[in-house]
Structures are given as structure tokens and as C-alpha cells.
Design a protein around this ligand. Structure first.
Ligand SMILES: *Cc1c(COP(=O)(O)O)cnc(C)c1O
Length: 354
């Protein structure tokens, strides 16, 4: 604490990302990173463009990248916004559509950054509990009384809402923006993006960090009605005119182009997830069926934090959230097949040693 801090600095509870330790080598299943490297074409393009052009500012509007994303998903570039990770786009969205006087509603168990931004930007918010089975009851979201943000699939549960339910929410909120954070959608859920043509209140946010293995490059994007995108641009141009650097733009463009690699690696992750489900079940784990690149699970006898600690001692990092309702769970990122085999082996030891 310093006497120079603002009231906001003093009061805010910042987001705490998963640990990135370097005291030893871990099997890292704690931050939902992709276990496969980025496409070789992405790396090649970045290398080739690491040259004297870095002297120059990048295109502030990221026109080529927006064009590439738009044509991949069947939109115009005016309907696409890109940012320095989707976290930045979420921050811009909270400023563009809520701060300071529009209310927001979201679930009690979800991506904790929503809470951080709501307090940082002093947005009035209502938190609605998930049902006991961690699914979303859509009724509280159908009152047209507040803007909505939902992660779909949800984090850290991995549970996805289907399109019919999402459309019901959209239809019942003609006067409120509905933001759907699809950070994990590529791992088996269905995107609501096609509904953008019908619903001008829908903003879909995605990222290159998870399914495209580019967490280190920091690229996210949003798709929505062009007026919503314009709102995001107004905030962006008031904070940072060049959120994406030249290499990030080049790498992200190449990632979209190498669709074969993208499809292949995301399918491998889905296959691994489905393959290990039964093995974990046999160990007595209670696992939530996931549509994401992670699984949320608990054991009937070993407390979540204990599982986390004992796995860590065995060289396996998973994520534990010390929060009400979910403190008995661990969230395990889907790694490569051999990493998951080691995870299962070590988990078996932890359980048998109990
Ligand atoms: C990882 C994640 C993000 C942020 O991704 P970046 O693009 O890396 O900033 C956003 N939302 C959810 C739900 C996530 O899990």
C-alpha cells in the first residue's frame, strides 16, 4: 500500500491468474493452455516478419486480420473487433456498454474476471447462482432488466448452454446487450455467432489463446453488429490505438489460414478428454461432462485443496479455486495423451495413499 494509490487501486481485488512456476518442471494442467505448439506456419510467418518493419507502428485498425477473421466466419470486417487478448476486449466491452450506469447480470460461478471488471468500472451487478448441478437457469436472464455476460462453455465447469436457450435469452432482452464469451467453444460446443445476423444485441467474444495455441501472442476478437463494434472502437481509441503488435497480427492471420492444423489439434484434445473420462470415473472421481479443454472434478473423500497440493508434490499442476461452492473441486486442463496418462497414474497414487 502506498499513499499515492488511488481509492480504486486500494480497493480493487485483482484477478489472480494460474501460477507459472519455474522452480521445477511440472506437467502443467492449470491454465488451460494448449498442449500442442502453434501451427508451424504461424511460427514461420512470425520469424519472417521479425525484421526492420518493427520500426513502424502496426495498422491501428488491424484491417487485414479483421478481414481474415470476418471471411472465415462469414461476416464483414465492420462486424469484427480485435484486441490484445479477449481479456482486453472484455474490459473494453464493460466500458463501452455498461460503465457507469447500466446494470449487468452474470452467474456466481464463472470466469472471475467479470467480477474484477464490474468492480473496477463500478458497474452495478447482480450475481445469479447456478443450479446445484452447475447448469444455468435461464429464467433470471430473461427479464430484459440488465446486460448479460455468460461464458459458453462456462468456466470452470465446462458446461455449455445450447443454442435454443441462448436464443431465448437474446429474444427476451431486446434492450440489453448479451455478451457470450466463447473462449472454449471450439472444443465441442456450438457458437451463437450465426445469430448475430438476427440479434443486434449479441456480442460474441473469442480468443486465439486456447484452441489456437497462441496464449503467448495475446489475440482475441469480438463479432457483433457493426454499431456494437463501433462502440468498442471508441473505447479502444481512447485507451490504446495499437493494441495488437505487428507480429501478433501476422501470427493470428496465419493461424486462421492454417485451418487443417487447427482442426487436427483441437480434435486431438477432444479425443483425449473423452478417452480419459472413464479412467477418471473408475478412480472414483466425480467429473462434470465438459465441452472445453479442461475438466472440473472432485473426489468424495479428498478435499479439493488437498488434491491440488498432493498432485503438486507429484509434479502435476492443476487449478484449485478457494471460492464458495467449488472449493472441493479441481480444474484439470486437457494435456497431451502421455501427460494425461501420468496425471491419472499420479492421481491413482494420491487416492491410494489417502
Ligand atoms: C482464457 C479465458 C479468456 C481470456 O483469454 P485471453 O484471450 O488469453 O485474454 C477469456 N474468457 C475466459 C472464460 C477464459 O477462460
Amino acid at each position: 500500500m502506498s499513499r499515492f494509490w488511488s481509492q480504486t487501486s486500494k480497493k480493487i481485488l485483482p484477478y489472480v491468474p494460474g501460477e507459472q512456476p519455474n522452480d521445477r518442471t511440472y506437467i502443467k494442467l492449470n491454465t488451460n493452455e494448449n498442449p500442442y505448439p502453434p501451427s508451424p506456419l504461424v511460427l514461420k510467418a512470425i520469424r519472417e516478419n521479425a525484421n526492420e518493419s518493427l520500426r513502424l507502428y502496426p495498422d491501428p485498425e488491424c484491417n487485414e486480420l479483421r478481414e481474415r477473421i470476418a471471411s472465415y466466419y462469414g461476416f464483414n470486417k465492420e462486424e469484427v473487433f480485435v484486441g490484445n487478448g479477449s481479456d482486453e476486449i472484455l474490459a473494453f466491452s464493460f466500458m463501452a456498454f455498461f460503465m457507469p450506469d447500466r446494470p449487468l447480470i452474470y452467474p456466481d460461478i464463472t470466469y472471475t474476471f467479470y467480477d474484477v471488471y464490474a468492480s473496477l468500472f463500478r458497474i452495478q451487478h447482480t450475481i445469479v447462482p447456478l443450479k446445484d448441478d452447475f447448469t444455468i437457469d435461464i429464467k433470471p436472464y430473461c427479464t430484459d432488466g440488465a446486460g448479460i455476460i455468460l461464458a459458453n462453455p462456462n468456466a470452470p465447469t465446462g458446461i455449455a448452454l445450447d443454442i435454443d436457450n441462448l436464443e431465448t435469452i437474446l429474444r427476451n432482452n431486446p434492450n440489453n446487450i448479451v455478451m457470450i464469451d466463447e473462449a472454449y467453444v471450439d472444443f465441442g460446443a456450438t457458437s451463437v455467432m450465426p445469430l448475430i445476423k438476427e440479434y443486434e444485441n449479441l456480442l460474441v467474444i473469442q480468443t486465439f489463446s486456447k484452441s489456437r495455441a497462441l496464449a503467448g501472442l495475446r489475440v482475441g476478437f469480438a463479432v457483433g453488429n457493426k454499431d456494437l463494434i463501433q462502440g468498442l472502437n471508441r473505447i479502444k481509441n481512447s485507451v490504446n490505438s495499437y493494441p495488437l503488435d505487428r507480429l501478433a497480427i501476422i501470427g493470428a492471420m496465419e493461424s486462421i489460414s492454417d485451418n487443417a492444423y487447427f482442426q487436427e489439434t483441437k480434435q486431438k484434445i477432444i479425443n483425449t478428454r473423452e478417452r480419459i473420462y472413464e479412467n477418471l470415473n473408475d478412480l472414483g472421481m466425480n467429473i462434470i461432462k465438459s465441452k472445453a479443454n479442461f475438466m472440473f472434478m472432485c473426489h468424495k473423500e479428498i478435499y479439493g485443496e488437498e488434491l491440488f497440493k498432493r498432485l503438486r508434490q507429484k509434479g502435476i499442476l492443476v487449478r484449485h479455486f478457494n471460492r464458495p461452492r467449488i472449493d472441493n473441486y479441481i480444474r484439470v486442463t486437457i494435456g497431451k495423451d502421455d501427460e494425461m496418462d501420468i496425471f491419472i497414474e499420479q492421481l491413482k497414487k494420491v487416492i491410494s495413499e489417502n
